[in-house]
Write a protein that binds this ligand. Structure first.
Ligand SMILES: [Cu+2]
Length: 161
């Protein structure tokens, strides 16, 4: 019985990975950074948005994402989505909390969700592109990750300032 349960869990795990064949991940100290991605930029737009499927803090100490930079944009801002009546707005935040032993999801289309705003893009972001992003964590230091540009299968693909 236990054996059957184990293989069932394994199947789930494999399916979980199969959810996106292009999934990729990175480690920084106690942090696991799962699948950084960006949506294609809108035509004529100088801003882009990057997301991270999840950042898992496996450690016993809280950490924070405090800044980011990239080669494809002049600067990167940490933003949080917020409902203002019926209108979805976003505001810059100075840090994103990563509590101990917890997983933060940073996916598009999440109410109150966070994203990385790419300010003054040097080039449009096109489906299939990849670019480098450096994430600066308070305790875990800086980690370079690869961002996959992809059109989301669901949710709102883009947003305006
Ligand atoms: Cu934003």
């Amino acid at each position: 019985m236990i054996k059957a349960l184990t293989s069932l869990l394994l199947v789930f795990a494999i399916n979980g990975l199969g959810f996106n064949a292009q999934a990729h991940g990175f480690k920084a100290g106690d942090l696991t950074i799962n699948h950084p991605y960006a949506t294609p930029s809108l035509k004529g737009s100088k801003t882009g948005a990057a997301y991270i499927r999840s950042i898992k803090n496996n450690g016993k100490q809280a950490d924070q994402l405090i800044s980011a930079r990239t080669t494809v944009a002049e600067s990167v801002e940490l933003h949080q989505m917020q409902m203002d009546g019926d209108v979805m707005k976003m505001r810059p935040v100075s840090a994103i909390d990563l509590p101990a032993n917890a997983e933060l999801r940073m996916m598009h289309g999440t109410p109150d969700g966070y994203h990385l705003m790419l300010m003054n893009l040097k080039q449009p972001l096109k489906d299939g592109d990849r670019f480098q992003l450096w994430l600066q964590f308070k305790n875990s230091g800086e980690r370079q990750v690869m961002v996959y540009v992809q059109t989301p299968k669901s949710g709102t693909p883009a947003h305006h300032h």
